[in-house]
Design a protein. Structure first.
Length: 539
């Protein structure tokens, strides 16, 4: 192994809080050599991202503090801890690139894609606008977004989650950095794009001799990508060793728990005669792409194109497909949250296709949704009791405040949260706990149909397994019909009775979960399964 490119020695990070000093990272030490991939793994709150932000000196100083012994040495001579901003500006984005976990918040909503990627090139290389555009198109093609070359003026909100993440990766790679820090780079991506992005990072690492610090909770990615692994728990590196050795012979109990934690099993056999809760026939959702001078639509984006859906009581219908295939649009449309809909939607044999706002309000409590990102979905200004109880005020306005509080308490117990925490606010909870709050907010209304839009994608594997078990238990207890949207095929297999495979707004294959996973017929489905197996493949 060559000399370390980055040396982290005795790193301590503490934060000043109203309740005192919180130690986020304690005495962390490890090296990264040129061309090496080091993975930092652990559950949410273990200190992984704080360690990475320390390298970039992006922590909220002076609230964040490093101890006197803390050292981060770059390229053998340059100390990054407490380095002046003037120096760090020459390092960030040029010599050390970073892919942030949440592209929606990391990308500027007011700037186009072209401007955001081009800014990195102009600042560090002084490129002209024409040269920057050429490089931008090369980068978009490199990260699997060739069609985005026609949409350089698009804004982040006009892209899917997977597209935004790839734009972030293009920005991080723009200046061919010596070290790339990838903080959960594939969390929001479907399995085929995950495989492409991981192969891309590996190819670039080999081509450029780039070092990679990979931060993730997905151990299947770690096993495939990393040369060396550091396992963090409560700010401390509890185990670190060669990847093959760690997976073959883990020594720390926490490492063993992480390796064994993943959604397991399959849904019980479905009752084909169960009551149909929701049915959609020939559903179409088309959005105008561009118009003539006179306002006539020239081209349409066919987000959902002639889809048929049947959801039964006590059963889960899984919807899988690549980013932009129409999965989330389908879910929103079934809930009548999208007005640009053609076709027929029936709730328990009641045609709701033409229902207006007031008519739908009467059905809202029976048709609920759990969103992908609970932090964005929960109001930061409301307590947990207020968040869960808000729907009760709207749909059960006649119940007393004490009865409303009793229902909130019961809902929190249903999702495995301590009712005494109901007076706290969302930021005081972990990601898994916030997702449980989101589930409680939906379940407190006693719905019959629930859309679950990527409910586990941002969670640790151990928390994913807990949420899957929770959702299964709630379904069995209340005989719920689920539409489960996900790019994680492990979770879909554990949850779904039936599966729809979507591509470009159409259903390319459907059937029982065992049939789709074990005997897929369409090439696209086979590619999805192959990509999932590829991620699981051992080194």
């Amino acid at each position: 192994m060559s000399e370390p490119l980055l040396q982290i020695k005795h790193l301590d990070v503490s934060f000043k809080t109203p309740d005192g000093v919180f130690e986020a990272v304690r005495d962390a030490s490890f090296d990264i050599a040129k061309g090496q991939t080091v993975a930092l793994v652990g559950e949410s709150g273990s200190g992984k991202s704080v360690t990475a932000l320390s390298v970039m000196q992006l922590l909220p100083y002076p609230l964040a503090q490093h101890s006197a012994q803390s050292s981060i040495l770059f390229d053998g001579t340059e100390e990054l801890v407490r380095a002046p901003d003037s120096f760090m500006r020459t390092v960030r984005g040029k010599r050390i690139g970073m892919i942030f976990q949440e592209p929606q918040s990391a990308l500027n909503p007011l700037h186009t894609i072209e401007r955001q990627i081009g800014e990195v090139l102009r600042l560090h290389q002084g490129m002209s606008k024409e040269k920057a555009r050429t490089r931008i198109m090369e980068l978009l093609d490199l990260v699997g977004l060739p069609h985005m070359q026609e949409r350089l003026r698009a804004y982040p909100h006009e892209l899917s989650g997977g597209q935004r993440q790839r734009v972030m990766i293009a920005m991080a790679l723009a200046n061919n950095p010596d070290i790339l820090i990838a903080d959960e780079p594939t969390t929001a991506l479907d399995v085929t794009i995950q495989a492409q992005i991981l192969e891309l990072l590996e190819a670039l690492k080999q081509k450029l001799g780039m070092a990679l610090l990979l931060i993730t909770h997905d151990l299947t990615i770690v096993e495939k990508m990393a040369d060396y692994v550091c396992v963090m728990k409560n700010g401390v590196i509890v185990e670190q060793k060669n990847t093959k050795e760690l997976f073959a012979r883990p020594t720390h109990e926490y490492t063993k728990m992480l390796l064994s934690a993943q959604p397991k099993g399959m849904a019980v056999a479905a009752n084909e005669n169960a009551t149909v809760i929701l049915r959609a026939d020939n559903l179409k959702i088309w959005f105008p792409k561009n118009r003539t001078f006179w306002g006539k639509t020239k081209h349409w984006v066919k987000a959902v194109d002639g889809v048929n859906v049947t959801c039964r009581a006590g059963q889960t219908l899984g919807v899988v497909g690549e980013s932009g295939s129409g999965k989330s649009t389908l879910g929103f449309s079934l809930l009548r949250l999208n007005r640009m809909t053609e076709g027929t939607i029936a709730f328990k044999d009641e045609d709701i296709t033409a229902y207006g706002r007031n008519d739908m309000l009467k059905l809202r409590r029976k048709m609920q949704i759990v969103f992908q990102d609970p932090f964005s979905a929960l109001s930061p200004r409301m307590s947990i009791q207020g968040i869960i109880g808000e729907g009760l005020k709207v749909h059960f306005g006649t119940i007393s405040p004490s009865e409303r509080e009793d229902r909130v308490v019961a809902a929190l117990r249903d999702v495995g949260l301590d009712p005494d925490t109901r007076h706290r606010y969302p930021h005081e909870f972990s990601g898994g706990q916030r997702q449980r709050v989101s589930i409680a907010r939906a379940m407190v209304l006693q719905p019959e149909f629930v859309v679950l839009d990527e409910p586990t994608s941002a969670l640790d594997l151990s928390v994913q397994a807990q949420i899957v078990d929770l959702l299964r238990g709630l379904q069995e207890k209340y005989n719920l019909a689920y539409l489960f949207i996900s790019h994680d095929l492990r979770v879909v297999r554990a949850m779904a009775h039936e599966v729809l495979v979507m591509k470009d707004g159409k259903i390319v294959e459907s059937g029982s979960t065992s049939k789709i996973f074990d005997s897929p017929e369409q090439e696209y489905t086979k590619d999805l399964m192959a990509a999932a197996l590829h991620l699981k493949a051992r080194r």
